[in-house]
Structure formats: C-alpha cells, structure tokens
Design a protein around this ligand. Structure first.
Ligand code: GTP
Ligand code: ZN
Length: 336
C-alpha cells in the first residue's frame, strides 16, 4: 500500500531531500514522472517547502507535490530552465542580521531590505554585537532612516542586550529565516537563545558537540516550542537576487518623491520642479541612498529586459507581430 504523507523540507542535498513529517525525518527523492516530465508543472522543492510524499518503507520516499508558497527568496539562475532558483520558502520573518562593527554597511542593508520585502515576508533588522559597537545610537539612527516599515533591534549575545525583544518573533508555527554575512553572529545568537532554554533541538546539540557550525548541515531546524529557523548557505550570496517589487517598499520614500515631480515622465536629471532634485538639495534624501536606488533599479531593469528578450524569442516562433511590439518596449527600457 502506498501511503501519502505531508511534510516540509528541512535540507536539500544534491539529489536528495530531508523531509520532516509529524516530527520524524525522512529521506526523499523527486518523483521523476512529476518533476521531470515535459509538461511538468511542479516546482522543485526548496528548504521550507511543504510537500506531499509517498512513503517508501524500503528506502527514500518519493516527493510528488510542492505546495504553494506563502513567501520565497529567489535568485536569478541562467542555468535553470526557469531562470530562477528558489533558496528558501514559507517563512514569516526575515532576520536581516548585520553586525554593528566592521560589517556595518548601509548600502548592503538597503539591498537586504529590498529582497526581504520582495520575498513576501516581514523584515526585522537585527543589529548584532552591540557590546562592541562604536557610535551605537548614531548607527541605529542611520538604519532607522533607511529601514522604513521594519523593526530594528540592537542586540548582543555577550551581554544579552535586546534579546528579550527578539523573543516575540519566536512563536510556534512561525518561521524565521536568517539573512546576513558570515560572521555576523547568527550561530551565536541561536545558541544564546537556546541556552536560555526557550527552545532547543537535538540537531543543534549534535553538531555543536563536534565543534561544527550549526549551519553546515541542517538548513532548517525546529525549536522545541515549534518555531522554525532557516539558515542556509545560499542566503549568504547576495548577487543576482530578484528585487523588482521589493523596491517599492524598501525605497517607498523615493517612490513617493517621484510621484511629486511636475512631469509624470520626469527622469530626475535636471527637469524643472523635480521633487527628487529638491530632496537631494535640502538633504531629506541623501545622495548615497539615491545612488544605491538607481544601482539596484538598473540591475533589476536589466534583468527585466533580458527576460522579455528571451520571452520574445519564444513568441517569435509563432507570432511575429507580437515580437515587434515587445522589442519596442525593450528599446524604451534600454534608453532609460
Ligand atoms: N562581541 C561580540 N561578539 C560576537 C557576538 N555574537 C557573535 N560574536 C562573535 O562573532 C564571531 C562569529 O559569530 P558566529 O555566530 O559564528 O557567526 P555566524 O553568522 O553564525 O557565521 P557563519 O556561521 O559563518 O555564517 C564569533 O567569534 C562570535 O564569538 C556578540 O554579540 N558580541
Ligand atoms: Zn523628478
């Protein structure tokens, strides 16, 4: 008898998945007929995905369905037929972790915030190593100017500062994904919270005793209270993120300004009555933020142009007229 089960993916290996079903872990593989058939509709599962699988008592179970996602991090992947690689799925909060010492970088933070809004989850800014921060207040103030709509928590895993406020995110049934450079203190923070025995997992203890980082093997772990944490190495590479819609959130101050320009097609390059120019002049918008906005936007436009090009190639085969229109749109975008 084939038994169908539902679970979520806790780790992705080369061609094998770890799936947790009712607190028990199973190894599983993709069912070829579903995932590799010509007309397949199933998305490859990633860490955090809810999947259906058919239990196999003799070996690896078979994943037969990837359920719809509530949120996702995706990266451009030219090698993948879909042009997109999903790195994590179904999380509620993105802990954007940045240390308050040498790792502190507002430009990168603006990027992190953008990809977080894009993901569909709520960004939470966690500024680590508050104990060794210079100019703490000043830095928090700088962050608050760019982190529109996100809570900011300066914390220290050494002194415990700020930890109390973080606990509210660690609720049963919530999933938190960690986003941040190597060395910002993700493992230390997790262990700190574990040490307080709010939550712990066997998986973590196991790896700690070997002296390994908690992040080397398990990519999703479940705390005792039911909170899920996703910490995958894939989250560390920031390049090639898909950011299009996220910009409206993360740069909502600039989006609002551009709507106040006199001309609706203002390019903000010297037209009269340009709200962006005035804001730059009176200092309500910094040049650094404006430049970073343009840079991120340019990258995402570039991607949009590339995508519509490859789409138009597909269409070309069947409909030449549509291609003409689509290349018109492309050339307008490129002029920008
Ligand atoms: N002073 C201070 N040092 C910290 C704090 N948190 C972490 N560290 C130190 O920063 C270093 C890196 O911490 P990790 O927790 O390993 O960083 P990580 O983000 O997990 O790094 P990866 O696993 O490589 O992604 C270690 O030497 C920690 O002791 C903190 O709050 N204050
Ligand atoms: Zn303008």
């Amino acid at each position: 008898m084939k038994e169908k089960m539902e679970g979520f993916v806790t780790a992705v290996h080369r061609d094998r998945y770890e799936v947790r079903v009712d607190g028990e872990d199973f190894y599983a593989r993709l069912k070829t007929g579903v995932y590799y058939s010509e007309e397949r509709a199933e998305e490859f599962p990633t860490v955090g995905d809810n999947v259906e699988l058919v239990y196999n008592p003799m070996g690896d179970s078979l994943i037969v369905k990837t359920k719809n996602r509530t949120s996702k991090f995706s990266r451009k992947d030219p090698d993948n037929g879909r042009g997109e690689q999903i790195i994590a799925a179904n999380f509620d909060y993105v802990f954007i972790m940045m240390s308050l010492n040498f790792d502190f970088n507002l430009k990168r933070l603006e990027r992190y915030i953008t990809v977080s809004w894009q993901s569909g989850a709520q960004p939470v800014i966690v500024l680590t190593k508050a104990d060794i921060a210079e100019d703490l207040e000043q830095k928090v103030e700088m962050v608050s100017r760019i982190a529109i709509g996100a809570d900011i928590h300066p914390v220290s895993s050494i002194t415990g500062e700020g930890m109390e406020q973080l606990k509210k995110y660690f609720e049963p049934d919530k999933t938190i994904v960690f986003l941040g450079s190597s060395g910002v203190g993700k493992s230390t923070l997790t262990n700190y919270l574990l040490g307080e025995e709010i939550m712990e997992t066997a998986g973590i203890r196991e790896e700690d005793s070997k002296g390994h980082h908690t992040t080397t093997h398990r990519q999703l772990f479940v705390l005792n209270n039911g909170t899920k944490i996703i910490d995958t190495p894939g989250m560390r590479e920031l390049g090639m993120w898909i950011v299009d819609d996220g910009m409206e959130h993360s740069f909502s101050d600039i989006t609002n300004l551009t709507m106040q320009c006199k001309y609706s097609d203002c390019t903000h390059r010297g037209e009269p009555c340009c709200a962006v120019a005035s804001a730059l002049e009176n200092g309500t918008l910094t040049y650094a933020r404006w430049k970073n906005y343009l840079k991120i936007q340019k990258e995402s436009n570039f991607q949009a142009v590339k995508e519509s090009r490859s789409k138009s190639r597909e269409i070309k085969k069947t409909n030449k007229k549509m291609v003409r229109n689509s290349s018109k749109v492309n050339s307008r975008k490129e002029e920008w």
